[in-house]
Design a protein around this ligand. Structure first.
Ligand SMILES: [Zn+2]
Length: 64
């Protein structure tokens, strides 16, 4: 649990660093590829990933 929390923090900090360096477009593209619904393939926000797809309603907790 502690390790997972730490990894989330590191990822967030790395993302912010990249945004600051002007790589927003690249970061968004990566995010879109990383966070998408496994059922319908639509892009998802990070907060939706552990819950429910707001496009097709799939229960995402089964896929994460
Ligand atoms: Zn979906």
């Amino acid at each position: 649990m502690a390790t997972g929390y730490l990894e989330d923090g590191v990822d967030l900090r790395a993302n912010l660093e990249r945004i600051r360096r002007g790589e927003i477009e690249e970061w968004l593209r990566e995010s879109r590829e990383k966070y998408k619904c496994p059922v319908c393939g639509e892009p998802l926000s990070v907060s939706a990933m552990r819950r429910k797809c707001y496009h097709c309603g799939a229960d995402l907790s089964k896929f994460v």
